[in-house]
Design a protein around this ligand. Structure first.
Ligand SMILES: Cc1cc2nc3c(=O)[nH]c(=O)nc-3n(C[C@H](O)[C@H](O)[C@H](O)COP(=O)(O)OP(=O)(O)OC[C@H]3O[C@@H](n4cnc5c(N)ncnc54)[C@H](O)[C@@H]3O)c2cc1C
Length: 318
């Protein structure tokens, strides 16, 4: 067993961002793994994604044609089982995503693979190692997988930089008998209510926490975000209170974001919040408590009253 197999994801004819992040993750351990890096895509028309996946560092793109026009977990499972058997990789990387959750753990069980989900860091020491949160992300668990020739890791979206740079990987069509694998009828595709916004795409997030005290204060920060050209995001208590939609929640049970600027007002910096934003390019925190943990990740900090800072910003950008 050697080398890495990345399981790319496509949905409704479009490659999903996590695919390139998985290639980026694979490249961090490729040399240590000492083998080749293959990227597999299972789709009704997998060839349409081949070029986008043939990135620098990729040695081969494997295409598997699905008989189902839409994502079908049973098809993906059968295809991945066949690929693990034919390619014999030491490491398989899939996204920790809704689609992959439908088949990757099942493959790990049926093929008796080492396995971890929601992985946020990778290493290699005589085999793959992985880090993931434990006890609600209060601890970081460091895992290795002794006794397994192949390990499958599901990697959290946003945890790795997406791979860039075109390569020249050849494309190989892999034949897998999948016609009888389709076990569900696709009725219709409904996009999950994404709310009014995708905070993962914003360059500048103005993020507010319980420090804003009251629901009635929210319009003030919506207005401020508008003035600053920022997108408003929030910590979880504001979602739990029903003040804001969960589409705007940053953190472990919300979205992982990596904006150029993350301006946090009245957010303490609990580990579950930091898990979603600590990779932002520049973090600016405003908190009245000098001991607030948010300051441990902030590049710039203001110990002071968030309403005073908000007012000063509003006046400045009027
Ligand atoms: C399994 C699990 C998953 C979770 N997932 C998430 C998640 O995805 N995202 C998330 O955010 N949380 C999550 N949490 C909750 C998390 O543990 C914290 O409770 C939450 O992040 C706290 O939000 P906060 O910082 O807004 O509130 P608080 O911790 O109450 O902090 C409020 C801060 O505002 C400051 N403050 C108050 N008034 C002012 C003022 N006038 N000016 C300046 N500063 C002021 C205070 O000093 C304080 O630091 C999760 C928890 C669990 C157990």
């Amino acid at each position: 067993m050697s080398g890495i197999l990345v399981v790319a994801e496509a949905r409704r004819g479009e490659l999903r961002d996590v695919s390139l992040e998985l290639i980026g993750a694979a490249r961090t351990v490729k040399d240590a793994a000492g083998g080749r890096l293959a990227v597999a895509v299972v789709a009704a028309d997998p060839g349409e994604h081949a070029q986008a996946l043939a990135l620098d560092g990729v040695d081969e793109v494997l295409t598997v044609t699905s008989p189902a026009p839409h994502f079908e977990a049973h098809v993906a499972q059968r295809a991945l089982e066949a690929l693990v058997e034919s390619e014999r990789p030491a490491l398989v990387l899939a996204g920790h995503t809704i689609d992959s959750l439908g088949f990757a753990p099942a493959v790990a069980v049926s093929a008796d693979l080492g396995f971890a989900s929601d992985v946020v860091a990778l290493g290699w020491e005589d085999g793959p190692t992985a880090s993931r949160g434990a006890y609600g992300d209060k601890l970081v668990a460091e895992l290795d997988f002794p006794g397994h020739e192949t390990t499958l890791l599901m990697v959290r979206a946003g945890a790795f930089e997406p791979a860039t740079g075109a390569g020249e990987a050849p494309v190989r069509a892999v034949e897998v008998a999948l016609d009888d694998a389709v076990a569900t009828d696709h009725v219709e595709f409904r996009e999950a209510a994404a709310g009014d916004v995708d905070i993962t795409k914003a360059d500048f997030l103005l993020s507010i926490g319980r420090g804003i005290e009251d629901k009635d204060n929210i319009p003030q920060f919506e207005e401020l975000a508008h003035k600053l050209g920022a997108t408003l995001s929030v910590s979880r208590p504001l979602v739990d209170a029903g003040w804001m939609s969960n589409a705007r929640q940053v953190g472990q049970s919300g979205k992982t974001v990596k904006p150029k600027v993350y301006l946090a007002l009245g957010i303490s910096g609990a580990v579950q919040h930091l898990a979603g934003m600590q990779k932002a390019d520049t973090i600016i925190a405003v908190n009245s408590d000098p001991e607030a943990p948010i300051f441990s990740v902030a590049h710039y900090g203001v110990v002071g009253d968030l309403f005073e800072v908000a007012e000063a910003l509003e006046t400045h950008f009027d």
